[in-house]
Design a protein around this ligand. Structure first.
Ligand code: PEP
Ligand code: MN
Length: 337
């Protein structure tokens, strides 16, 4: 429920109402605004109805949150959320670019690629230490060693790092080595993992499952927020459709949809979204144009030698071109790069 207080209601009035709601075992939210305070009550609406809040003299109105995802919804939280990823605000005026290899392969490869993306203007780096691969015979990542490498290079370059967490038992280690978790498409509905990440305060980039619809993604995000972690960034990375010309179909319709329904920042991954190196820059520009808050892009200093996803990874020159061509598009939509 959304509970709008009268303009003259004080903080003490708000606390009194919140205490009544909490006494019923429901979750509450307190959102003081410039003109009015809005309270949120999350839980069984029949229980909330028992309080008859609409008859409280300090309550202006009570209305249900219609979306099934409550904490993620714009109904409850009209303003854009800005998530701080290692000092880099995501969801604000700046369009942010996280770039780096699909997988952490060695210190040299990570450092070399990291230097290239930094010099081209990336705001953060990416790279997986744990790789969920379609085939068990493919490179599975360096694990803990990879985490130590990305932490070292991120520190050397001053680029906040994003890296994937695949299992609940690695959540703590990933949080201590990186600025943000990446939850991969294959794990979008791994509820045990979502709950464990919800108990952390480290930001999480939640990728859309390849066969998940937009509301499934928002409900997955709700799991993380409902456990107490508000620092969630959504990421569109392409879905399976009848179209086979590209690895996935990058669903850009979902960007304005997610921005309309939710206050959370939204990134686009044009690398997995297309699976074709030459299509990454055009779709990155399209993502900026349709309202995304940033990108997650695969870059390798030598894609032909990459242990995973080399075919869709940009070369250092290709990434420089992406950043150069992105700038006027980002500026045309009123943001900075
Ligand atoms: C990745 O970012 O390298 C990756 C595995 O992504 P996804 O989960 O979107 O397939
Ligand atoms: Mn990849």
């Amino acid at each position: 429920m959304i509970i709008v207080l009268k303009p003259h209601a004080t903080k003490r009035d708000a606390d009194r109402i919140l205490a009544r709601i909490e006494a019923l075992g429901l979750k509450t939210l307190h959102m003081p605004g410039a003109e009015r305070t809005v309270l949120g009550a999350i839980g069984d609406e029949r229980v909330i109805a028992q309080l008859r809040l609409e008859s409280d003299p300090l309550v202006e109105g009570v209305k249900p949150i219609l979306a099934p995802y409550k904490l993620v919804s714009r109904e409850l939280h009209p303003h854009d959320t800005i998530v701080d990823v290692g000092g880099m605000p995501v969801g604000g005026d700046r369009f942010v670019v996280f770039a780096g290899p699909c997988a952490i392969e060695s210190l040299e490869q990570t450092r070399e690629t990291g230097r290239c993306v930094k010099s081209a203007g990336a705001h953060g780096m990416r790279g997986g230490a744990y790789k969920p691969r379609t085939s068990p015979y493919s490179f599975q990542g360096l694990g803990r060693k990879g985490l130590r490498i990305i932490q070292k290079v991120s520190g050397e370059l001053g680029l906040p790092a994003v890296t994937e967490v695949v299992q609940v038992r690695d959540v703590q280690a990933v949080a201590t080595h990186a600025a943000a978790f990446q939850i991969g498409a294959r794990n979008m509905q791994n509820y045990g993992l979502l709950k464990a990440i919800g108990q952390s305060r480290t930001p999480a980039i939640l990728k859309r499952g390849m066969a998940a619809n937009a509301d499934d993604l928002l409900m997955a995000a709700e799991y993380i927020l409902s456990e107490g972690n508000p620092n969630v960034i959504l990421c569109e990375r392409g879905i399976k459709t009848f179209e086979t010309a590209t690895r996935n179909t990058l669903d850009l319709n979902v960007i304005p949809y997610l921005k309309q329904r939710s206050h959370l920042p939204v990134l686009v991954d044009p690398s997995h979204g297309t699976g074709v190196r030459d299509f990454v820059t055009p779709m990155a520009k399209a993502a900026a144009a349709c309202g995304a808050d940033g990108l997650l892009v695969e870059v390798h200093h030598d894609p032909s030698a990459a242990l995973s996803d080399g075919f869709q990874s940009l070369t250092p020159d290709g990434f420089q071109t992406l950043m150069r061509e992105l700038k006027p598009v980002v500026e045309a939509v009123g943001r900075t790069l």
